[in-house]
Design a binder for this molecule. Structure first.
Ligand code: HMG
Ligand code: MG
Length: 304
């Protein structure tokens, strides 16, 4: 993409991990393939976590094995501990993401340990990954607010970001897990973290609960941030973030970027196709405004 912009499509992982309707391995593979055909390159395809915690991600090994050989994609998977690392590696993972939190309450609920303990769990994972030539991304959740602890100060985010960066993560993704941020807060946070991790290595992972995600991304771009985590159709959510809705929709981000003159190389028709197919499977229409607008336009044209 021009202007250094990079999209990390998280629909097959974040998008599906909280869905009540189970989505088969077959359907997840098809979803990923259509996303790649649409021109998306970096796709988070699964998670090697406890099947009791997130049954929706069972079969991530098969998903990764089946899409992993495609030369036109880079495939990411979540890994919480060494057990997950071993399974991810056995399935051929070349990029993994460890995921921590800026708040204690979410850390406990999500990964059953304190923030400090999570870092201790990540250390051997990152060390083994680096020795194996596997790249590691670091997520921080609740960067703009926590469903358990309330307000989260930038300092708490900076502290975790510094540790993840120093451990050797190539990128740190800042998760507004419950989508409470506003552009001013997003801007201030990025400025604070960029004092310790280069802005080019920060990703914006904004959920859209309060309808602010696109505005927050734009504010982040004005600060110089260029990496955006998005989910086709605006899918997404976390079982440990009650009340939170999906990620910012990939279609809406692509539409905004193209409007800003950033050539994305993404075929919107194919992207909306991916969204429509997965939406049919999970039984609800996409929340993406762009997908909804283009679907309505098509219906109108067909009825004329
Ligand atoms: P724990 O209970 O502390 O772990 O869970 P444990 O080591 O005591 O093991 C307990 C059981 O889990 C054992 O099985 C282990 O074998 C198994 P049992 O003996 O009871 O049958 N286990 C595993 N199984 C498969 N893969 C593994 C694994 N590890 C242990 N890797 C753990 C700790 C982290 C595993 C658990 O809490 C867990 O899996 N949590 C899931 C967290 C998750 O996936 N959350 C959603 C993703 S994060 C997110 O959405 C936020 C993000 O999008 C950014 C944002 O928006 O903010 C990234
Ligand atoms: Mg998320």
């Amino acid at each position: 993409m021009s202007d250094g912009v990079r999209i990390v499509e998280v629909g097959p992982r974040d998008g599906l991990q909280n869905e009540k309707t189970p989505v088969s391995v077959e359907a997840r593979v098809t979803f990923i393939e259509v996303l790649l055909d649409a021109g998306l390159h970096t796709v988070e395809v699964g998670a090697f976590v406890s099947p009791k915690a997130i049954p929706q991600m069972v079969g991530s090994d098969e998903v990764l094995r089946r899409v992993g050989s495609r030369p036109d994609g880079e495939f990411h998977v979540l890994v919480p501990n060494e057990k997950g690392y071993e399974a991810a590696r056995a399935a051929g993972a070349r990029v993994i993401a460890v995921f921590g939190s800026a708040s204690e309450g979410f850390s406990r609920a999500n990964i059953n340990c304190s923030v400090a303990e999570s870092i201790e769990r990540f250390k051997p994972v990152v060390a083994r990954a680096r020795a194996d030539g596997v790249r590691v991304r670091g997520y921080i959740s609740c960067v703009l607010g926590c469903p358990y602890d309330g307000e989260v100060k930038p300092k708490a985010v900076v502290d975790v970001a510094k540790v993840l960066w120093d451990l050797g993560c190539y990128e740190v993704s800042l998760g507004d897990t419950i989508g409470v941020g506003t552009p001013k807060k997003a801007r201030e946070l990025l400025r604070a973290v960029a004092g310790h991790v280069p802005m080019a290595r920060l990703a914006m992972h904004f959920h859209d609960t309060y309808g602010q995600a696109l505005a927050n991304l734009y504010a982040g771009m004005e600060e110089g941030a260029r990496v955006m985590d998005c989910a086709a159709g605006g899918l997404g959510g976390c079982p440990y973030a009650p009340g939170a809705t999906g990620n910012v929709a990939t279609e809406d981000v692509i539409y905004m970027l193209e409007g800003l003159g950033v050539a994305t190389g993404v075929d919107m028709t194919k992207l909306v196709q991916a969204t429509n197919e997965i939406s049919t499977l999970i039984g609800r229409p996409p929340v993406s405004r762009v997908a909804a607008a283009l679907n309505a336009k098509k219906r109108l044209a067909n009825s004329e």
